[in-house]
Design a protein around this ligand. Structure first.
Ligand code: NAP
Ligand code: G4F
Length: 345
């Protein structure tokens, strides 16, 4: 039975990757952060299903805690390490640049050093990002395109991307970069634009929110479904030689288009509900991202299976159900209705 070690297991991709690997007969080991509130909600179902059989095993750690990462990998002796952990919100990285970049940079060095020094051949996956391209041109972006980071988040990711290549080339280690374009799901964090929209649609449809305030409606993203993208991560780790691959859909849509489609799902006109506010604009915006996944298609046989329309429908339908449950709490005076969902940024 193969063993995988995952940082960031409690995140969106952590959930989908863990599920996929367990289905493929892996034993999964993941790191969680100590938090004053529970932070395992995405993987609670997997924990109750698989932890008693030791198919899923969790440990406290942090990207900044080199010693715990190193001793865990030495103890577990995994076959594959997936580095998914990050402060992954681009706008937040402008507000917390030191933390955002130091976690991305220190974390990757700690992990690559163990992979270099451990006796066993351990494969390493780095969660690189389309954000590294900077989104200046409208061209389709591939593995050869120029990296022009526009945020502290992206600068940290470029560092981690380069270190992954450096360890691959210098020490002949199996280290890969998955350069993933935006991928979403009903488990996407609520402060990312797609989920902020689908949550609002669910709540507005259930009469527990009245407006949705966003920033730049003209930004374009190549949005796919996270469940499809974790398959691509795993395929990269099974390839006969390590390399870098772009995962994307090859289609791009604006935030405005996402809004229109999401409100259409419940028969509402988005223009009656969506407002904009400067506070959601970024100091430096990535205007346009469009990926070219042809290398992944040719070499890994990977293709996204979920259309943009289906992705939006799945997210809105899931958030309508969530809002129905919130409505019950509101009707019983256990929660207050709000003009907006107060948890979003
Ligand atoms: P996510 O939902 O924000 O999950 C991030 C994970 O990292 C969470 O488990 C989080 O733990 C953990 N984490 C944050 N800071 C940490 C620290 N200092 N030490 C240890 N763990 C820490 O992100 P995602 O969407 O699943 O993305 C996974 C990775 O892919 C990230 O590296 C992201 O930057 C990258 N990426 C994402 C996309 C995308 O569109 N989703 C595209 C390209 C690249 P808590 O649960 O405790 O917060
Ligand atoms: O949903 P977003 O916050 O995602 P962003 O910045 O593209 O980053 C995500 O994808 C990257 C891959 O390219 C990942 F590496 C990264 O970890 C993360 O998962 O914003 C998307 C677009 C931006 O142009 C933003 O300015 O939506 C625009 N936007 C407009 N109004 C908004 C809002 N974004 C957020 N979060 N909130 C808004 O109210």
């Amino acid at each position: 039975m193969k063993k995988a070690f995952i940082t960031g297991i409690t995140g969106q991709d952590g959930y989908y990757l863990t599920k996929l690997l367990i289905e493929k007969d892996y034993e999964v080991h993941g790191t969680i952060r100590r938090s004053s509130t529970f932070n395992t909600s995405r993987i609670d179902g997997l924990i109750s299903q698989y932890s008693s059989d030791k198919l899923l095993n969790l440990y406290y750690s942090d990207l900044l805690d080199s010693s715990s990462l190193s001793s865990l990998i030495q103890k577990i002796q995994p076959d594959e390490v997936y580095n998914l952990a990050a402060q992954s919100h681009v706008a937040v990285s402008f507000k917390n640049p030191y933390y955002s970049t130091s976690t991305s940079t220190a974390g990757v060095i700690s992990l690559l050093e163990v992979v270099k020094n451990i006796e066993k051949d351990v494969k390493f996956y780095q969660a690189s990002s389309s954000e590294m391209y900077g989104g200046v041109s409208t061209d389709s972006l591939n593995e050869e395109s120029l990296l022009e980071p526009k945020s502290p988040y992206a600068a940290g990711k470029v560092f981690a991307y380069n270190m992954t290549k450096i360890y691959r080339e210098s020490y002949k280690k199996f280290c890969v970069n998955g350069i993933l374009f935006n991928h979403e799901s009903p488990l996407r964090g609520e402060t990312f634009v797609t989920r902020k929209i689908s949550r609002a649609v669910g709540r507005i449809h259930n009469n527990i929110q009245s407006k949705l305030t966003l920033g730049n409606l003209e930004a374009f993203r190549d949005w796919g479904f996270a469940g499809d993208y974790v398959e691509g991560m795993w395929l990269m780790m099974q390839h006969d030689k390590p390399d870098d691959w772009v995962l994307a859909t090859g289609e791009t849509h604006s935030v405005k288009e996402f809004c229109k489609l999401a409100f259409d799902v419940v028969g509402l006109d988005w223009e009656n509900y969506v407002l904009t506010d400067e506070k959601y604009q970024r100091p430096n915006e990535v205007n346009h991202l469009l990926g070219d996944p042809s290398k992944a298609k040719k070499e890994l046989g990977w293709e996204p299976k979920t259309s943009f329309k289906k992705l939006v429908e799945n997210m809105v339908e899931s958030d309508c159900k969530l809002a129905e449950r919130e409505k019950v709490l509101i009707d019983n005076n256990l929660l207050k209705p709000s003009w907006e969902n107060p948890t979003t940024t």
